[in-house]
Structure formats: C-alpha cells, structure tokens
Design a protein around this ligand. Structure first.
Ligand code: GTP
Ligand code: MG
Length: 178
C-alpha cells in the first residue's frame, strides 16, 4: 500500500524479478506477483498484491489487504506527504484486517532531496509496533530484507499435513477374521 509513485510496483519487481525500470506505468486496480523463499529448510510462497496508489482506486485497496498475513506500507523519502499518508494507513489496516506483520518502507534512498529523516520514521515505527526499513528499488538497497523481516514477524506455519499421523502407529485390529 502507499501513495501513487512511491515505488510499490518497483519494489515488488525488485523482490520478485530483481529488475528496475525507470519508466513504469501507474498500476491499474492491483497486480499479483508471487515469490518463493526458502529459509531454515522451509519453503515459503509469498502471494503479493501490489495495489494502485491513485486516489480513484482507494476503495479497492481494502479488498486486497483484508485476508492478508502481512502488509507493506510504502512512502517516498523525498515526499513528506506520502509519509504522512502512509502513517494514516496503519490504524486503518489494524481495524479492517487480520495482518500480523506491518512493515513501513521509506523508498528511494538513492535520491538526495530527502524530506523524511530516517530517525523520525524509525521512532514512529517502534512506538507504533511496526517494522521499518529504508530501501531503494533502483539500487536494490535493502529490498531483499523486506520479506526476511516479515517472515521473522509472522507466526510459525502449521505443521505439514504429512507430519501429522492420521493412522495410529499401534493399531489393534478387531474383526471377525482375526
Ligand atoms: P502506483 O502504481 O501509481 O501506485 O505507483 P507505484 O507506487 O507503484 O510507483 P512505481 O513503482 O510505478 O514508481 C514510480 C516512479 O518512481 C517510477 O518512475 C520508478 O522508476 C521510480 N522509482 C521507484 N522506486 C525508485 C527508487 O528507489 N529510486 C528512484 N530514484 N526512483 C524510483
Ligand atoms: Mg504501481
């Protein structure tokens, strides 16, 4: 989630395909991407919904975050308004979804005209119990850490179905033939 132009699609593309494009199209509605990550001998499949930041699509965003396990809220470190808008999304998310992890992401660290000090966003995040990272989709700065951080925050996945014994190991058969 996040305002239009902050770099949500660019971050998603960097995470999934490790590429960056300077000329991207504004997302229409939402787009879906998936990423498989293995960690500690477990394989995780992330289903990622990249929502559209343009005002006209705002009413669609809750449809995508409603049943999510985690949310990334992105702002542009050179655009203070996008940071203020990102902060406002946190209570909205907590009220209307069951997400167990929220990460606030300050993107475009490769640019020099910064309007949001890192320390300010970091303090806000720790006070509001959300994860925090600054990234650059352009240079790939910290983009690999996003899913790793989210994984650390999510509750452990349920045991795989084949590790649950469905048939008791010591079965006593009682049948007319025995
Ligand atoms: P919507 O789909 O409209 O909500 O926008 P978005 O948040 O998906 O933004 P998008 O990824 O399309 O990026 C908008 C513009 O910012 C594009 O020109 C990107 O190339 C540029 N951009 C994205 N990330 C970065 C970054 O880390 N650094 C720089 N310098 N530019 C970036
Ligand atoms: Mg987009």
């Amino acid at each position: 989630m996040g305002d239009s132009g902050v770099g949500k699609s660019s971050i998603a593309e960097r995470i999934v395909n490790d590429v960056f494009s300077i000329s991207t199209e504004a997302t229409i509605g939402a787009s879906y991407l998936s990423k498989i990550l293995s960690k500690n001998n477990k394989i995780y499949n992330f289903n990622i919904w990249d929502t559209a930041g343009q005002e006209k699509y705002h009413c669609l965003v809750p449809l995508y975050y409603k049943n999510c396990d985690a949310a990334m809220i992105v702002y542009d470190i050179t655009n203070r308004n996008s940071y203020l808008a990102a902060k406002k999304r946190i209570p909205e998310l907590r009220k209307n979804s069951t997400v167990s992890a929220i990460i606030l992401i300050g993107n475009k660290t490769d640019l020099i005209d910064r309007q949001v000090p890192k320390s300010e966003a970091q303090l806000f995040s720790s006070e509001n119990n959300v994860l925090f990272l600054e990234t650059s989709a352009k240079t790939a700065f910290h983009t690999k850490d996003i899913l790793e951080k989210i994984l650390e925050e999510l509750p452990p996945p349920p045991a795989p179905i084949d590790s649950i014994p469905l048939i008791p190991t010591h079965t006593t058969y009682s049948c007319c033939n025995y």
